[in-house]
Design a protein around this ligand. Structure first.
Ligand code: BTX
Length: 326
């Protein structure tokens, strides 16, 4: 409810501070009994709330959930997450985000779920998204850029996610062009960028982000058991998903505002600092066929440049990349 939202907002500005029941009731314009009732509701949902006479209330810890409440409490962004659409379970947040975008929701609307039953990757592949273990979300952006520049946003989002992972877990992840984030060669994050556009104009960009956060190795099914890992497996600790999600939104928003103002140049430099493809021998599997060579880098548009053994340079807009071990 609206009161609940404002209550959590009050606490998000004073992480360790107590707020008196009197003050809360004044700020929210409801009775002290109503305040108490809302606090009880929070407790029932797994919040740990301290209540001390004369001091008031303090939120000590949030439950390990990522519904709207937990995302909102402590969120420092202006655009991303300004509207949060949460579902406990859904087919795919991409699907839902497409529908909302079409209906005209504001830029920055995010769709988040605890479980996807039909999570998807590129080319209709499946994205494994089990309950309570990951971050499965889609962002709706409405940038005023030509549709051909949209792939730059995939790279931008990859940088933002990598920065947030580094900040929250201390792990320094690698980015594999165009859309994977790896740790020790295993996939932790997948990013899927889709457009609603006319030939020369973008209506919306829908960016899906899937992150393996708290899975154990046994929780990955057979086909990806050897290729996938989670942040928790790597750190040996349980990760606060809501905190990670907030940091992701914050980092992506900063990069996005820089991008809209100054273009792709800075993002490109940051991206290159995380990239593992560059200089490597690789096979790019494209719809037109395989191209073998070594990666020279990305263009200012975010397109991958590969030089094949006969010296020819190829521009790759979309492909699966297989690194060839040295
Ligand atoms: P991709 O096509 O690059 O990768 C998909 C491939 O990755 C699969 O074929 C499988 O081999 C492997 N895979 C599947 N699930 C996982 C997993 N959990 N961890 C590691 N590897 C896996 C990448 O596509 C883009 C994925 C985007 C997912 C987000 S989640 C929120 C949003 N909603 C939605 O339906 N998709 C996006």
């Amino acid at each position: 409810s609206e009161i609940r939202k404002r209550l959590l907002e009050l606490f998000s500005h004073s992480e360790t501070e107590f707020i008196s029941g009197q003050k809360i009731s004044e700020l929210l314009g409801c009775s002290r009994t109503a305040v108490w009732k809302h606090i009880e509701d929070l407790r029932a949902e797994g919040y740990e709330v301290n209540a001390i006479r004369k001091l008031g209330y303090q939120i000590k810890s949030k439950p390990d959930k990522i519904s709207s409440n937990e995302i909102q409490l402590g969120l420092e962004t202006r655009i991303l997450g300004s509207s949060i659409h949460f579902e406990e379970v859904t087919t795919s947040t991409q699907k839902l985000a497409h529908k909302l975008a079409y209906e005209g929701v504001d830029e920055g609307t995010i769709v988040v779920t605890e479980e996807q039953t039909e999570g998807r990757g590129r080319l209709d592949r499946k994205w494994f998204s089990p309950k309570y273990t990951g971050i499965w979300m889609s962002l709706i952006l409405r940038p005023n850029i030509p549709p051909t520049s949209a792939p730059q946003l995939t790279l931008l989002v990859a940088v933002g996610v990598a920065q947030a992972i580094q900040e929250v877990t201390g792990i320094e992840p690698d980015i594999k062009w165009p859309n994977d984030i790896l740790v020790s060669g295993k996939k932790v994050v997948g990013i899927l960028t889709e457009l609603q556009a006319e030939p020369d104009r973008i209506n919306s960009v829908i960016i899906g982000i899937g992150i393996n956060v708290n899975q154990t190795q046994e929780q990955f099914p057979e086909p990806i058991n050897n290729t996938a890992t989670s942040l928790s497996i790597i750190t040996g600790k349980k990760i606060d998903r809501a905190l990670l999600l907030q940091q992701i939104l914050l980092h992506i928003e900063k990069l996005y505002l820089t991008y809209l103002k100054n273009g792709f140049k800075v993002i490109k430099l940051l991206w290159e600092s995380y990239a593992i493809n560059i200089g490597h021998q690789m096979v790019a599997r494209t719809i037109q066929g395989d191209i073998k060579g070594h990666a020279l880098g990305i263009t200012d548009d975010g397109v991958l440049k590969i030089q094949s053994d006969n010296g020819e340079i190829h521009l790759i807009h979309s492909a699966d990349i297989e690194l060839i071990p040295k």
